[in-house]
Design a protein around this ligand. Structure first.
Ligand code: COA
Length: 197
């Protein structure tokens, strides 16, 4: 973290707050992933459905910012959310196909899916993503956390591997996406990391 980085607080976001601020939340998703407006707009309905799932939990990172009127304010600069997976959910069933049967049996039942984790580009690499990840899975009623991420050397991949996630499948192609994905899993509670003792 740099000495000039603004103060940031990471908090749990009530589900109602997420629904009320979904455009703001998904704008961070679009900026972090480099997706255009149409992709972000197409995500809206899915995200609403996600907030209705069992075990939904969201966290957000707010930084201090000066508003136009000169008063101090706060801005959402990162968020993460997830929920408990269940058979019949698109992601659950895809991931079950991606894994061998034994791995699926060990990892899927009752798992918490880290569905989204994003930090605005100008706020990345300051420890916010790691704080969000740990806050998101802390205390969730699940034995493991699962996620999928593009199967390349990204900040996300490095973060997950550094903090205890292991490969459950590599090079998996979700329908409609040309990129290969890795499916990763971690036993909960998450391991402490050097920056998160
Ligand atoms: C992935 C993401 C959430 C991580 O958040 P972040 O605030 O940038 O990450 P942190 O500063 O907490 O760093 C955590 C780890 O990420 C990796 N990382 C962060 N910045 C990095 C950089 N510039 N180069 C390489 N690795 C980096 C490192 O492993 C780092 O751990 P370390 O500092 O102990 O080496 C964020 O970079 C992001 O939003 N990326 C784009 C969207 C995305 O890929 N989301 C995940 C989809 S599955």
């Amino acid at each position: 973290m740099t000495g000039t980085a603004p103060a940031t607080r990471v908090v749990e976001l009530p589900t109602g707050w997420v629904r009320d601020h979904l455009h703001e939340v998904l704008a961070i998703y679009g900026a972090a992933m480099g997706y255009g407006e149409s992709v972000v707009a197409g995500r809206y309905g899915y995200a609403v459905q996600h907030t209705e799932r069992a075990g939904f939990r969201a966290v957000g990172a707010f930084t201090e910012t000066a508003r136009e009127d000169g008063a101090e304010g706060e801005r959402l600069v990162g968020f993460g959310y997830g929920y408990l997976v269940a058979p019949g959910q698109w992601w659950h069933d895809q991931v079950r196909n991606a894994m061998d049967r034994r791995t699926a049996k060990q990892w899927l039942p009752g798992a918490f899916e880290v569905c989204e984790l994003h930090v605005l580009p100008e706020h990345q690499s300051r420890g916010i993503g790691r704080q969000l990840l740990h806050a998101l899975v802390e205390g969730v009623p699940a034995p493991v956390a699962l996620l999928s991420t593009p199967d390349t050397d990204t900040k996300a991949f490095r973060l997950y591997h550094a903090d205890g996630f292991v490969d459950l499948a590599r090079g998996y192609h979700f329908p409609g996406d040309a990129r290969p994905f890795a499916i990763l899993g971690a036993r909960l509670p998450l391991l402490s990391s050097p920056r998160n003792p």
